[in-house]
Design a protein around this ligand. Structure first.
Ligand code: TPP
Ligand code: SF4
Ligand code: SF4
Ligand code: SF4
Length: 858
């Protein structure tokens, strides 16, 4: 400690409730006792919790603080008033350091391109470089912020960029969603990817952006990345290379020709394995990007523009709980301004629970194209809705009066066989992620993808109206609540999640909510399903018009099965205790007795017990006794709930396997659903025990050399566990049958669902995920079956012998072909082994049909 020290400030990156101070502060206090600094004032603060960025301005605030002995940085604490005001961002990097910030759409390649850019600069100049990548929690279609610094002096900035020399906005919609231009230094450069120029640009840019650009002398450039993406053959969403090229051109950090050479070399290295055509497309994109930036002449009149605020419409409908959460928390977090939320607001959610259904308020509008329905040829099969990973397309039945009251432009036709009802395909253009899955499964080509323009965005009101009408029970009953078509007339209680476009996991979970969502508990293992299941700050699990929906919680990776089992045991115990009270009341009251009889008859049946419980509560409400009142008070716990335990293969096959096994062995009535992407998807594709032979994954870079585990086989060995393997696109009916059977089986069940994922690198793209699911089954790569202990013929093999060559399936996914490129001999060997395994597996499964046929005796 310098002798001149007048004050000691200790910053702890931890919080120890109950302690008299944080650990480092305690150590420092102890250390100065008895020294010449014993009377030097010590202030102590907390910083960086929850990954909060600690900025130079905050350090200055801590330095200047003499008032608060104890303080907190980076939050706004209006409860204990411990936070410090830090004022405006400061520039503390050495002179000549260039700070660049890029705002990208999650999974659009911006981050990859920036990693590549900083490497090019680092490798080819004498500059010091630094890069840091910051994301929201959506799996894709969210926001990514790349922070790049380079300069002649070492870079010691351990914080994000809040004052930049260059800002690029890779998605035009973001200009209204974030305060990004305001982070530029005077005379900085702003590059906007948009199709606008002239009057259109003037119309689309919000006032605050125009004013800042004009007031601060910003060099403003635009580039039409979507158009160039199409022109280069890369497609409308692959704009990263184009924007990267524009960045090098505008910053001039490396002479243009040289930068282009480096980028082309990097593209060749990255994509060479995918073929020369892909390399050529990237090269074309690089050339186009460098030459297509347009300098905007900033009119003086922009100085007079006014602040229009960010474009997040306030929630004005829904429950008060939802509106408060959206308006006070979600909008701020979505705008990347969550640190400004006062602690008094956060305190409302102290128990960690937040309202359901808040993803519906986001209306991200991030898709390049969305489906458009033409009713004439539509056969009302419901498949488009069945497969949509985001619940952005729905089949809706309406009365004539409801159609008459619909907004202009509403399309409908008669419900087949029920002309008194009208059929509509409702499309949430602002929630669609443009995966194209719906159009690819439509048997009649009644929907086609069209660019998301203002007119289609405006059609959001048609969707909002369509889903505001009540579910039509008569229509659902006619087609069957547990049929592919009938189930789609039921409101999904999982909608607009943050999953990747075309994700193979979400359609399964969505379907389960359409069957049991209003009486369902879910415990979710950490993994993609816990991320798309609650992409903070919004919740895609929602409630129906009666306010009922899944109760969802995420536990750890390793103990989720036990966590869900605990939920189940809690329910069971509560119901047993309520049942004892019901029985006591029933002894003295005939009406309650009649209702209680029905309730106990259906006690274990999720589908009928809710109705019986409602009738019982109605009867109990009329009784003036302590027991009756106690049951009515806890009425939400009375009816049978459907207990689901969700997670990926990394959880079920590997890290959570002990728990899965333990819970299956319990014999209790829980349902385990495994989204099998054959890798740890959430963390970027590490190999799991479900990864098949020959697949390239992290930790199996040379191709997995051994077989995947037979989890279904292990579960079947108990004899009393319902087990099924499903694959939505391969057999829509088998899937729904398996879910229904598993749920109604009064014992443990396990469904393993084949789920395509971006990590599979499917050559035809995620828009064909359903076709890929079918191909996997047709090639014998994945098998469909159901093992139902309740049946005499327990085992049903739902797949046929392979009709597509096994290796043809492998050839369609880069996780396999990548191995062929680097080591053909090994690939040939492993693929042949995998094919051989698949034949043996199928023969084994055929054998199980007879083995488990109870009609054939022992
Ligand atoms: C004990 C533990 N180890 C590692 C992690 C980090 N982690 C979070 S999600 C995940 C992968 C999940 O993979 P999987 O279960 O297959 O689900 P998916 O993401 O594929 O849906 C990992 C490794 C963790 N949360 N806990
Ligand atoms: S394009 Fe994809 S996200 Fe959009 S409605 Fe169709 S299936 Fe759903
Ligand atoms: S998939 Fe096609 S035919 Fe079937 S309901 Fe949807 S739009 Fe109509
Ligand atoms: S499972 Fe794959 S496709 Fe789905 S959200 Fe995760 S990474 Fe994306």
């Amino acid at each position: 400690i310098p002798k001149t020290a007048k004050q000691i400030i200790v910053l702890d990156r931890t919080k120890e409730p109950g302690s008299i101070a944080e650990p480092l502060a305690l150590d420092v206090m102890a250390a100065v006792r008895g020294t010449e600094f014993k009377d030097t004032p010590i202030t102590r603060g907390r910083y960086g919790l929850g990954s909060k960025d600690t900025t130079p301005a905050e350090i200055v605030a801590a330095f200047n603080n003499t008032e608060k002995e104890e303080f907190t940085l980076s939050i706004f604490d209006d409860v204990t008033n411990l936070s410090l005001d830090s004022g405006d961002a400061l520039v503390t990097t050495p002179e000549g350091t260039v700070c660049c910030k890029f705002w990208g759409l999650g999974a659009d390649g911006t981050v990859g391109a920036n990693k590549n850019s900083i490497k090019i600069i680092g490798d080819n100049t004498d500059k010091y470089v630094q890069a840091y990548f910051d994301y929201d929690s959506k799996k894709s279609g969210g926001i990514t912020m790349s922070h790049l610094r380079f300069g002649d002096k070492p870079i010691k900035s351990t914080y994000l960029i809040h004052k930049a020399n260059f800002v690029a906005c890779h998605n035009a919609a973001y200009v209204k969603k974030y305060h990004m231009v305001e982070e530029l230094v005077d005379g900085g450069t702003f590059l906007l990817n948009c199709p606008w120029s002239g009057e259109e640009l003037d119309k689309h840019l919000p006032g605050q952006v125009k004013k800042y650009i004009a007031d601060h002398n910003i060099n403003f450039y635009t580039i039409d990345g979507v158009k160039l993406g199409i022109e280069s053959g890369m497609g409308p969403t692959r704009i990263n290379t184009i924007l990267q090229s524009a960045f090098f051109k505008l910053t001039g950090i490396i002479p243009e020709a040289e930068a282009i050479e480096h980028m082309k070399a990097a593209a060749k290295k990255s994509y060479g394995m995918k073929g020369d055509d892909i390399v050529q497309m990237n090269w074309k994109a690089i050339d186009l990007g460098a030459n297509a930036v347009v300098k905007v002449d900033v009119p003086d009149s922009w100085k007079n523009c006014v602040d229009e605020g960010l474009d997040y419409p306030a929630a004005t409908h829904g429950t008060k709980e939802q509106q408060d959460f959206v308006n006070d928390v979600q909008i701020k977090v979505s705008a990347q301004e969550g640190n400004t939320i006062p602690v008094s607001v956060v305190a409302r959610y102290m128990d960690g629970s937040t309202p359901s259904g808040t993803a519906a308020y986001e209306k991200r509008g991030v898709s390049v194209s969305v489906p458009v329905w033409t009713p004439d040829k539509c056969v009302e099969c419901g498949l488009c809705s069945y497969v949509c990973p985001h619940a952005a397309i729905r089949t809706v039945a309406l009365t004539e009066a409801e159609v008459a009251a619909a907004p202009e432009g509403f399309k409908s036709k008669d419900v087949t066989g029920m002309p008194e009802y009208k059929f509509n395909i409702a499309i949430s253009t602002m929630d669609c992620l443009g995966c194209g899955s719906c159009t690819n499964v439509c048997p009649t080509k009644s929907i086609e993808m069209k660019p998301l323009d203002d007119a289609l965005k405006a059609e959001q009101n048609l969707f909002d109206y369509a889903i505001s009408v009540p579910d039509k029970e008569e229509v659902i009953a006619k087609f069957g609540a547990a049929s592919v078509k009938g189930s789609q007339f039921r409101q999904p209680l999982l909608e607009f999640s943050g999953a990747c476009a075309g994700c193979g996991e979400t359609p399964y979970a969505k379907l389960i909510t359409q069957l049991f969502g209003d009486r369902m508990y879910i415990s979710n293992a950490t993994g993609c399903s816990s991320i798309w299941g609650n992409s903070s700050p919004s919740t895609p699990y929602t409630v129906n018009k009666a306010g009922k929906g899944p109760a969802w919680d995420n536990s750890l990776f390793e103990d989720n099965a036990e966590f869900g089992f605990g939920m189940y045991l809690a329910q069971k115990t509560l119901r047993e205790s309520l049942s004892a009270k019901v029985k006591a009341v029933a002894e003295t009251n005939a009406e309650v007795k009649a209702a209680a009889d029905k309730f106990f008859e259906t006690y274990d049946d999720t589908m009928t017990n809710t109705e019986a419980a409602d009738a019982l509560v109605a009867a109990l409400e009329k009784v003036d006794s302590a027991d009756a009142k106690a049951v009515v008070k806890e009425k939400d716990f009375l009816a049978k709930k459907s207990q689901w335990i969700f997670g990926g293969d990394g959880w079920a096959y590997d890290i959570g396997f002990g728990g899965v096994d333990h819970v299956l062995a319990s014999g209790e009535d829980v349902n385990i659903f495994v989204f099998n992407t054959e890798v740890y998807s959430n963390t970027g594709g590490q190999s799991s025990k479900a990864t098949p032979t020959g697949a390239v994954a992290q930790f199996a870079a040379g191709g997995k050399e051994i077989k995947q585990k037979d989890l279904a086989g292990i579960a079947m060995s108990y004899g009393y566990v319902y087990v099924a393997q499903v694959s939505m696109g391969a057999n829509y009916n088998q899937l729904i049958k398996a879910i229904k059977e598993a749920e109604s089986y009064h014992g443990p069940s396990l469904i393993i669902a084949y789920a395509p994922c971006i990590n599979h690198r499917i050559r035809v793209g995620m828009s064909k995920a359903m076709a890929e699911e079918k191909k996997a089954v047709d090639a014998g790569y994945w098998n469909l079956f159901r093992f139902n202990p309740a049946e005499e013929k327990k085992f049903t093999l739902d797949s046929k012998a392979a009709t597509v060559p096994y290796q043809e399936f492998l050839a369609g996914e880069a996780r396999y072909t990548a191995l062929q490129k680097v080591n053909k001999d090994k690939a040939d060997k492993l693929f042949a082994m995998a094919e051989e395994n698949s034949k043996k597996r199928f023969a084994h499964l055929q054998g199980l049909v007879d083995l488990y046929d109870g009609t054939k005796g022992e």
